[in-house]
Design a protein around this ligand. Structure first.
Ligand SMILES: [Fe+2]
Length: 484
């Protein structure tokens, strides 16, 4: 069978093996202050489905990559996250499960009696919660705890079982309030639970809000006083008997939900809910950059992905949500936008920021929830003829409106992943720190972890940690400092 699925080719091609490199090759100089580990997870696939052209990027098994830095040296390890579904498939020696996002068009085959009904993976994000290293998907009521050194899967973490629904893969830490913000969606009961915890993951407050629909929600954002959610036109019901068991995607369009966006603001102090609906808003928000309150307004910076035209259904041939690969796409390229909400009169204003495509927004997260000056994104900027997808990263200055781009090119386009900002331990300003991210080299079929000085964003990298293998283009990660 001819494989035409872009999620199995080039920068996306899944990695087949686990690797461990005690002493990785370093070009340049790793700053001596960097003692810790960059963890990043992504999608791989251990057992391919019968028709690989139906494989969806989001259904791949999670694999965590870890670059450990100490005294200017680097080591590297990557390992599969051993979820229950993966263990069931390993025992069978083959793929058994219908995907959550892709659609097989075939009824789910009979599973072993002790197997979970759907196979969830853990390939979206990695965080440290207290002493725990956690990796996660966004369709489970728990996260997976990993050994921070060996990346061995230790077991589940579920906040002592007190939370119902699908836990977000994008929790955020509010450095001013010293608390985490999480959410969980029960899309069968149509309820979102917004909750905060202390730095160790002990629940402090919890609010339930009834929704009139079953949204796909990927990220949340916060200000001093609010949890903020965005709901677009995509519905998501991975536990519906009518979808995955029938070979359909859990993503679908529910005509009752409509195409226009809905924003939900939950008061962090009392759980009160307020809805706002930007007019003419057929778009989705993949990731938020930041939000803050100013003069009675809530300002939300985010990556917006506009609908490209008429849409009735999602299927793997849409290659949703990545519009940069060949073939029909339901969405246009993502853009950086600012949405300003007046809580008093419900007015919403929208403004595009810059003229470049932008996704994977990350700021200096120690100032998230307040007015920030700098935002970092993965972008497309002056693409070459061979370029497919992202080819640069950008630092946007919200104060001056200027944007700097970094291409890291060898005379052709490399493919960058998410930008992760790492504050200097003695940080004196918002951009006093480093940029870390993983770039794929399409000509060598290998990847590098690059460290830049954030104040010299478009300059030469400080260090490149080069690998002889590919890290497939994936999702999110975080720098986790060693404890002093
Ligand atoms: Fe994400």
């Amino acid at each position: 069978m001819k494989i035409i699925n872009p999620f199995l080719q080039g920068p996306f091609e899944p990695l087949k093996n686990e690797y461990k490199i005690e002493s990785a090759h370093v070009i340049g100089k790793i700053p001596a202050e960097l003692k810790g580990t960059l963890y990043r997870t992504g999608s791989n696939v251990e057992y391919m489905m019968e028709d690989p052209n139906r494989f969806h990027w989001f259904d791949g098994d999670g694999m965590v990559h870890a670059f450990r830095l100490n005294d200017g040296e680097a080591s590297y390890i990557c390992r599969w996250v051993e979820t229950e579904g993966l263990k069931v498939e390993r025992k069978a020696g083959k793929q058994l499960y219908n995907g959550i996002y892709g659609r097989s068009e075939k009824p789910q085959i009979e599973l072993p009696s002790d197997a979970p009904e759907i196979k969830t993976v853990a390939g979206i994000n990695v965080i440290r919660l207290g002493e725990r290293l956690l990796t996660m998907h966004e369709v489970e009521n728990h996260y997976w705890e990993l050994d921070p050194i060996t990346l061995e899967t230790i077991g589940k973490f579920d906040f002592n079982g007190g939370i119902k629904g699908m836990l977000t893969a994008h929790p955020h830490f509010d450095h001013l309030a010293n608390e985490w913000l999480f959410c969980a969606f029960d899309n069968e009961a149509r309820i979102v639970t917004s909750f905060t915890t202390d730095p160790d993951g002990n629940v402090i407050s919890k609010y339930e809000t009834r929704l009139g629909f079953s949204p796909w929600n990927h990220d949340l954002i916060f200000t001093e006083n609010y949890f903020i959610y965005f709901f677009g036109m995509i519905s998501f019901r991975p536990l519906s008997p009518d979808r995955i068991p029938q070979g359909k995607s859990a993503f679908f369009i529910d005509p009752d939900t409509g195409l226009d966006a809905k924003m939900l603001f939950i008061n962090r102090k009392n759980g009160e809910a307020q809805w706002m609906e930007p007019e003419n808003s057929p778009y989705i928000i993949g990731h938020f950059m930041n939000a803050y309150e100013e003069n009675g307004e809530i300002i939300v910076d985010a990556s917006i992905t506009p609908l490209s035209g008429e849409i009735n259904t999602f299927n793997p041939e849409d290659y949703y949500p990545f519009p940069f690969v060949p073939g029909p796409a339901a969405f246009k390229g993502p853009e950086l936008w600012r949405l300003s909400f007046s809580l008093e009169d419900g007015k919403v204003e929208t403004q595009r920021i810059g003229d470049f495509n932008a996704e994977f927004c990350r700021p200096n997260e120690t100032v998230m929830g307040t007015k920030i000056r700098y935002g970092y994104v993965t972008t497309i900027h002056n693409p070459g003829p061979e370029t497919r997808g992202f080819n640069s990263i950008a630092k946007h200055d919200y104060e001056t409106g200027e944007t700097q781009f970094q291409h890291l090119a060898y005379g052709y386009d490399m493919v960058p992943g998410e930008v992760i900002y790492v504050p200097h331990p003695q940080s004196e300003s918002e951009d006093h720190g480093w940029i870390m991210n993983i770039w794929y080299d399409p000509r060598r079929n290998t990847s590098q972890m690059i460290i830049f000085d954030a104040q010299n964003f478009d300059g030469e990298p400080l260090a490149r940690i080069t690998l002889d293998h590919r890290i497939p283009l994936g999702f999110h990660g975080n720098w986790i400092e060693d404890k002093a």
